[in-house]
Design a protein around this ligand. Structure first.
Ligand code: ADP
Ligand code: MG
Length: 362
């Protein structure tokens, strides 16, 4: 069990932590969410004593680890951390990376450490990569090595700082399945992430950090679907909503694709629905923005409805009335209709927009 009491931290006159209080019970898997800069990483770094708060205390099973002179090696054995950037030793092989803590912190004999490391690599599915070097691994494999290395010291609590955020979508699944395995072993974990689906799958508690305090906490169902406070609802909605405001053909259409992928993975949207969404967005961009002579504008808002497992989109655009027989629409529109589950068009007069398309995607 870890207890954080009245943590305060100021950087360059910014009060990043005003008063942070948090309790993690044995077996809890706590998800920490919050805007960028709210101190999610800092909180984990303070919990493992890589960073010291200006005031406040942290207790690990009743021992105050923030007490002056407390043995930090013992903290690092009892609390493990997995970093967003993996932090592997590049000059050591995979198995040596996993052995290093066992040999240097635990004083284990090399041969025993080797056997244990091989076993851990087996658990994360990387036994066949033991003699490779980090540079020849994919990012998902690197993160799994980092997790095996963290597990090697048998920590009582594992902290993970955005463990999947630097992975491309295909790699996320493999790291997430390792995290699910850790949950099934009833390990105590604290995970910072923007991925709502990961939180729903593994966390029993979500903590929303905002403005230097724990703004709200509760079960994932409560925080994501029924939060008490406006700021929490707004933040969660932003995670669930994907918005594109395309004001000209100079829009960053490449970045758009990344955002669609990210939105889909954050929310656990199926690959099929994600591909349909991607294709629909591309066709709208083609017919409304690229193929038009006028300077059309388009605003697209998509929201994932978790319960019904569908995406609801609201697309507003300027210019003439949508006409399926117009040569500009003749290729794109049938594709959109084919990919959508429901589609409804209407004429509007709103902020200079003249057309609205409401679409659902499954
Ligand atoms: P998050 O992980 O939620 O995005 P961080 O924990 O990285 O946020 O940072 C919280 C705030 O503290 C940011 O404003 C950041 O600039 C500041 N901060 C964190 N670490 C340091 C540091 N070592 N020196 C100065 N400012 C820092
Ligand atoms: Mg961070």
């Amino acid at each position: 069990m870890i207890e954080v009491e009245h943590l305060k931290k100021i950087f360059d006159s910014t009060e990043v932590f005003k008063d942070i209080n948090l309790k993690v019970n044995d077996g809890d898997v706590v998800g920490v969410i919050g805007p960028s800069g709210s101190g999610k990483s800092l909180l984990l770094r303070c919990m493992i004593m890589l960073e010291r708060a200006d005031s406040g205390r942290i207790y690990l099973d009743g021992d105050e680890i923030t007490a002056p002179g407390y043995n930090l090696d013992s903290v690092h054995k009892r609390i493990g951390m997995v970093f967003q950037t993996f932090n592997l030793f590049e000059h050591l092989s995979v198995v040596e990376n996993v052995m290093s803590g066992l040999v240097h912190l635990n004083g284990m004999k090399t041969i025993e450490a080797y056997d244990r490391a091989k076993q851990l690599l087996q658990e994360v599915g990387l036994a066949d990569k033991a003699f490779m070097y980090p540079r020849s691994l994919s990012s998902g494999e690197k993160q799994r090595v980092a997790i095996a290395r963290t597990l090697s010291l048998e920590p009582e609590i594992i902290l993970m700082d955005e463990p999947t955020s630097l992975l491309d979508p295909l790699m996320r699944g493999e790291v997430e399945s390792v995290i699910r395995m850790l949950k099934s072993e009833h390990r105590t974990m604290v995970i910072t992430t923007h991925e709502m689906e990961l939180i729903r799958q593994v966390c029993n508690k979500v903590v929303f950090l905002n403005d230097g305090i724990v703004w709200e906490e509760g079960t994932p169902g409560k925080i994501f679907d029924n939060a008490d406070r406006d700021e929490t609802r707004r933040f969660v909605k932003a995670l669930r909503v994907l918005e594109f405001d395309v004001q000209s053909a100079d829009f960053d259409f490449i970045g758009m694709k990344t955002q669609i992928l990210d939105f889909a993975y954050r929310n656990g949207v199926s690959t099929l629905a994600m591909n349909r969404l991607m294709s629909i967005v591309e066709e709208f961009v083609q017919m409304i923005i690229i193929q038009q002579q006028e300077d059309n504008r388009m605003k697209m808002t998509f929201e994932y409805n978790k319960h019904e497992e569908r995406i609801e989109g609201n697309i507003l655009f300027s210019g003439e009335e949508l006409d399926p027989d117009n040569p500009r629409y003749v290729f794109s529109w049938p594709i959109i209709k084919m990919r959508a589950t429901e589609i409804e068009t209407s004429l509007i007069d709103e902020d200079g927009y003249t057309n609205r398309v409401f679409i659902t995607i499954k």
